[in-house]
Design a protein around this ligand. Structure first.
Ligand code: DGY
Length: 406
């Protein structure tokens, strides 16, 4: 039954070549949502799976960046729209990127039918390398990958950005009307304090024409983060495998993987005994045990302390890995990235654990399957009781069910 529902959600959210995360709240193509959608489609329509990734890369900018939102068809129900972002690519878009899961998901799609997918993968490969090169050129700090906007990590209101956000005075941001809170209860969304700073950062980027060099000057917001670092490292390893399959020279990619591996170690917060986010401008640790911390195995990195942290967090909830440890004073079980459990984060963490031969991978898969079977295809879930939160009939939750959890 859930299989059928999951397929129906992907079809319902399909806008022809791309999939929206959910109608109303997110009416456009989002970067990492789309890559997850592809592995969902791959369970029943390989051709459609490839089309999803191809449409995403059709929005790639000349500098290699693949935007976090492609505004294919204008929709008044979303804010901030393209008139605020003023992205400079071939398709109206935002001006920042998102966690680069696409190479990893493309490899999973290819594995389903290597013969049929080879030519499509070969066409995407140079575009993916160019995107990874853009991260290496513009987002590194000591080898760790930084975000320049909380939306770039996809974990919008995670405590990881609190210090950097507090350093911003959102002068001149002006009046605006949020649309997200007309679709979802405001207790499940970021606050006005957050939004003022999100929009201020967007206005700054637009004013500078999204010129990366100009934006780096006196940047107020630059946080080195486990989401981006582990995901780019993992995706680079997948690109290396794909490049070798296509008989490409993967020398640059191998150097990037080495650099990112060293960079990941600069995210080790010794006092916390955990991978953590580092505010590059202000210099402070976030001191957060988040679900992004546990992406280390997905990136091929193990640490005995991380196994202990995982056991501690899993002892506090039976629904998978929460976005913030429930014993953290900042924990808020319904508020987006300050507590809730997310299916696709569970999937990436679980994949990593299983690949490392750790039994918690299977356990995580089972708890995610139970969560979705019992509470449906919500955007995220309260880790205290599994209750659904955020948007409903959500693409990536359906995709996680089809590709991994069922
Ligand atoms: C939003 O609008 O909430 C998105 O997370 C931005 O990417």
């Amino acid at each position: 039954m859930r299989d059928e529902q999951a397929r129906a959600i992907l079809k319902r959210n399909d806008r022809g070549g791309y999939t929206i995360p959910t109608s109303g709240l997110y009416p456009y193509q989002w970067n990492w949502d789309s890559a997850f959608a592809a592995v969902g489609f791959a369970a029943f329509d390989i051709d459609r799976a490839w089309a999803e990734i191809e449409t995403l890369f059709s929005g790639q900018w000349n500098n290699g960046m693949v935007p976090h939102i492609l505004f294919h068809v204008p929709d008044d129900g979303y804010f901030p729209n393209h008139d605020v972002w003023q992205g400079t690519g071939p398709i109206p878009s935002s001006g920042i990127s998102q966690p680069p899961v696409a190479a990893t998901m493309a490899r999973m799609v290819l594995d389903k039918d290597p013969e049929a997918g080879r030519a499509r993968m070969a066409a995407l490969y140079p575009r993916m390398v160019a995107w990874h090169r853009w991260f290496m050129d513009w987002r590194l700090d000591q080898g760790a990958v930084c975000v320049t906007h909380p939306w770039e990590a996809g974990r919008d209101n995670a405590p990881d950005w609190d210090a950097a956000m507090a350093a911003i005075t959102p002068d001149g941001v002006g009046d605006y009307t949020r649309r997200d809170t007309s679709h979802v209860d405001s207790s499940m969304r970021p606050t006005k304090y957050d939004y003022d700073r999100y929009i201020w950062l967007v206005q700054r980027g637009a004013r500078l024409g999204w010129d990366e060099a100009a934006m780096l000057q006196d940047t107020p917001f630059r946080v080195a983060d486990p989401t981006m670092t582990f995901i780019l490292l993992r995706a680079t390893r997948d690109l290396i495998a794909l490049g070798q399959m296509l008989s490409k020279d993967v020398g640059d990619l191998e150097n990037w993987a080495t650099e990112l591996e060293a960079g990941a170690q600069t995210l080790w917060n010794t006092q916390l005994g955990c991978y953590d986010s580092r505010d590059v401008v202000g210099g402070s640790w976030s001191v957060s045990i988040s679900n992004a911390s546990f992406l280390c195995w997905y990136a091929g990195l193990d640490a005995p302390d991380m196994r202990t942290r995982l056991a501690e967090v899993l002892a506090l909830t039976k629904f998978g890995v929460p976005s913030l440890s429930p014993d953290d004073a900042r924990f808020d079980g319904k508020r987006y990235w300050r507590g809730p459990v997310w299916g696709m984060m569970n999937m990436m963490i679980g994949m990593g654990l299983t690949e490392m031969g750790l039994p918690q991978g299977d356990a995580l898969k089972r708890s995610t399957a139970d969560l979705i079977a019992t509470h449906g295809f919500a955007e995220y879930f309260d880790p205290r009781d599994g209750s659904p939160a955020g948007g409903g009939t959500f693409t990536w939750t359906a995709a996680v069910w089809l590709a991994w959890a069922s």
